[in-house]
Write a protein that binds this ligand. Structure first.
Ligand SMILES: Cc1cc2nc3c(=O)[nH]c(=O)nc-3n(C[C@H](O)[C@H](O)[C@H](O)COP(=O)(O)OP(=O)(O)OC[C@H]3O[C@@H](n4cnc5c(N)ncnc54)[C@H](O)[C@@H]3O)c2cc1C
Length: 345
């Protein structure tokens, strides 16, 4: 995105990519539909960035979700708003968008050098967008942390599934079961939506949203409410009746009986699931940590390294899934590119 902005202004751009092709993480994100941004009011969207809101706000206001949607449409992928308010490209994939984008960059004269690793040096003006450290096989391996002499917060898994020590019986029976429209909570953070039971724990947007709270908790656990829309759920277990039958009569899916048994809970609105930790960074959707925001000025230029700009996930901000990761990535790239142009002038 930064390359596009700079090249559009008529400045020659060379883009270095350490992998044999560009945009690999975008393609991986496209497998889930490529949730580009969110359609909620801008104020609500800005709040998703928590402590980083103040620093990201000018960049997001300067390149807001509407601009991102217009950009996507301009590449032939008219975006649509899903039922949850999330915004996706028409094809629900990244491939056509990336293909059209690479054609545009080629038309603009951007020179793309693949298998070309940035080694820490900067000639002229440099914009770094080297990503976090999740899904390293897409190329974002976080090794740039050893190349930059700036203050950083350690890279940590974010938006990651959680590990739960299920019993063998539960794991075999319920791997893949979906808990529809449930509420999960850790401390003061709560989230609602669909959660998937896996052999190793739990996955899904609501669980990812608890990543930070679980990471910081000395005794990490998820409080699960399987029926957040009602005040009370009665499990009416009759004599000689199985728990599974009683749960079924209450209109709940079999996995709820499994969870009650697994945790010895009695109230399906309050099931406490102890968590062993987050899934490793290699399988996280994103990483928290990176170049601290006080290391860059308002144009995302490194204060200690004039002429070098930083954008995207390598900066120290975090957000839940819902399109917020790509929105801030695009917005900071636009801001860094505009800053680089001003610096060149
Ligand atoms: C499975 C999955 C699903 C996702 N789904 C969504 C979603 O639906 N919506 C959303 O908003 N976000 C999603 N994300 C997150 C989103 O993809 C990232 O936040 C975003 O791609 C970050 O963009 P970036 O440009 O900062 O870094 P990246 O996209 O990681 O790109 C960094 C690039 O830099 C290259 N690189 C690294 N080091 C060097 C070096 N030294 N020299 C040269 N090149 C280097 C890498 O190879 C890589 O191509 C998803 C992520 C994953 C893993």
């Amino acid at each position: 995105m930064a390359a596009e902005i700079v090249a559009t202004a008529g400045v020659p751009v060379t883009l270095l990519e350490r992998m044999p092709s560009v945009g690999r993480k975008l393609l991986v994100a496209g497998r889930g539909g490529l949730n580009l941004t969110h359609s909620e009011p801008l104020e609500a969207l800005l709040d998703r960035y928590g402590a980083a809101r103040e620093r990201l706000e000018p960049a997001i206001r300067a390149f807001p979700p509407d601009d991102l949607r217009a950009w996507c449409a301009g590449l032939g992928e008219e975006p649509f708003v899903g039922s949850s308010g999330r915004v996706f490209p028409a094809s629900f994939r990244a491939t056509p968008l990336l293909r059209a984008w690479l054609r545009r960059l080629d038309d603009l004269g951007v020179v793309i050098r693949t298998r070309a690793e940035w080694d820490g040096r900067s000639d002229g003006v440099t914009i770094l967008a080297l990503g976090g450290a999740s899904w390293p096989r897409t190329g974002s391996n976080g090794e740039w942390t050893s190349l930059l002499d700036v203050a950083m917060s350690p890279l940590r898994a974010s938006n990651a599934g959680v590990l739960v020590a299920w019993s063998d019986v539960f794991r075999e029976r319920f791997d893949g079961a979906v808990l529809k429209d449930v509420r999960v909570r850790c401390g003061s953070v709560e989230s609602r939506g669909d959660v998937v039971v896996t052999a190793t724990g739990l996955e899904g947007g609501p669980v990812y949203a608890l990543s930070g709270a679980l990471r910081d908790s000395p005794t990490p656990a998820i409080e699960l409410d399987v029926r957040p829309s009602v005040d009370d759920v009665r499990i009416d277990r009759r004599p000689k009746d199985s728990l599974a039958n009683a749960v079924r009569r209450a209109g709940l899916p079999p996995v709820v009986a499994g969870l009650l048994r697994e945790t010895s809970a009695t109230d399906p609105k309050s099931i406490r699931i102890p968590v062993d930790g987050l899934r490793p960074i290699e399988r996280a959707i994103s990483t928290a940590g990176g170049v601290r925001l006080d290391e860059v000025d308002d144009t995302f230029m490194l204060r200690r390294r004039p002429g070098t700009f930083v954008a995207g996930e390598m900066l120290d901000w975090d957000a839940p899934t819902g399109g917020y990761l790509l929105q801030a990535t695009f917005s900071t790239a636009v801001a860094a590119a505009r800053g680089a142009l001003a610096h060149l002038e």
